[in-house]
Design a protein around this ligand. Structure first.
Ligand code: KG4
Ligand code: ZN
Length: 345
């Protein structure tokens, strides 16, 4: 079954074609990062205008790369939320128009769930069906806007454990990178700067809450005080590297500890990292270190599958459609919802 996936929830215009929920035939991402560097973050109106310009060329490229025509598509999956409303609307309208014109089923997908399903994407999928993830799974979603800990008991079956009470991990990375003058997006910049940093020179707290929730705003404020004591002109490269390393260490230790605790408590088979921050090599190391032997740690090896893409939306669309095909048979409009919650199927 061929699914066309469309993703425009933030600052990436993305279209992909995925076979049977696991095999990527094409995955085109047009990133607006260069455009948003000037403002140090995404301006919604600017992002939406760029989506309008790029959505059709990206769609054409995805079809050409997969060597298929629109008529060969079996269903369309699109991000319905959460995200920036004006950006979501471009994908929603494009997919609804395509679905009506082609008379194909249209599957609305939650963006965070898309990140979770990125772990089902595997170039080797047709050769090795046994490598498919096995339930139950402890999932940590860590992106710019989302930070959740859940137990996935089956397709579309979630037990919610906790979430961030303030900043998501990625947001904290972006804000601290800005304080350190490292630019946007902050995650990769902090990871790079941290390579030369020394831990313990500028101690930062480890914000462990007693329940399954997270909170990174206190850590961010502690980093702010450090940078205030070291004004930009007086800062050495080593100071920036040391604070970056300490901050990264704190976030990764907290995230990995909670994931490992959830994995043990709920006796899962696998533990998954999902979302943009799962690209962080230090987080992957921490998770591997803390998980008990026997629990398989999965994340997308390819950085391009950790961050926003449409292949993950197509994969989610496939599993949703397969579980409940009658729900999506007729063409229907997509309601773009900036605050869309993760729901059981
Ligand atoms: O999932 P994503 O592409 O977009 C959202 O859904 O938010 O995540 C983007 C976030 C940004 O905050 C970015 O700084 C962070 O992921 N990120 C990283 C790394 N690569 C991307 N954070 C830490 N280390 C990285 N290597
Ligand atoms: Zn995302």
């Amino acid at each position: 079954m061929l699914i066309l996936g469309i993703e425009t929830s933030c600052d990436e215009t993305a279209v992909a074609i995925v076979k049977d929920g696991r095999q990527i035939l094409s995955n085109v991402v047009y990133s607006q990062i260069e455009l948003h560097k000037k403002t140090g973050g995404v301006v919604p109106e600017v992002a939406a205008r760029e989506h309008v310009i790029k959505i059709m060329p990206v769609l054409e490229e995805a079809l050409a790369n997969a060597k298929i025509t629109l008529e060969e598509i079996d269903a369309i999956a699109v991000t319905a939320g959460p995200g920036l409303l004006s950006s979501l609307l471009i994908g929603a309208n494009t997919s609804a128009t395509l679905a009506m014109f082609l008379k194909k089923p249209l599957v609305p997908v939650n963006h965070v769930e898309g990140h979770i399903y990125a772990n089902w994407l595997d170039a080797e999928a047709p050769k090795k069906p046994e490598v498919e993830p096995k339930f139950p799974i402890a999932v940590l979603t860590v992106s710019g806007g989302h930070n959740e800990l859940l137990i996935m008991r089956g397709h579309g079956d979630y037990k919610f454990l906790g979430a961030t009470l303030d900043d998501a991990a990625g947001e904290a990375f972006d804000k601290v990178a800005r304080l350190l003058g490292l630019g946007y997006p902050g995650g990769p910049a902090i990871q790079k700067a941290a390579e030369k940093g020394v831990l313990g020179r500028y101690p930062l707290p480890r914000p462990f809450l007693k329940n399954w929730d997270f909170s990174f705003s206190g850590l961010k404020t502690a980093a702010l005080y450090l940078t205030k004591k070291h004004p930009l002109k007086m800062r050495s490269k080593q100071f920036v590297a040391d604070v970056a390393a300490e901050f990264q260490e704190s976030v990764c230790e907290v995230l990995a500890t909670k994931l490992a605790n959830a994995a043990k408590k709920f006796r899962v088979v696998e533990a998954h990292l999902a979302g943009g921050v799962s690209a962080n090599l230090h987080l992957r190391k921490w998770a591997q270190k803390l998980l008990p032997p026997g629990i398989y740690l999965r994340f997308c090896e390819k950085i391009s599958l950790c961050t926003d893409n449409a292949a993950m939306i197509a994969a989610t669309g496939y599993f949703k459609f397969k579980k409940n095909p009658r729900l999506y048979k007729k063409w229907m409009p997509v309601i773009a919802d900036p605050n869309l919650e993760l729901a059981q199927w």
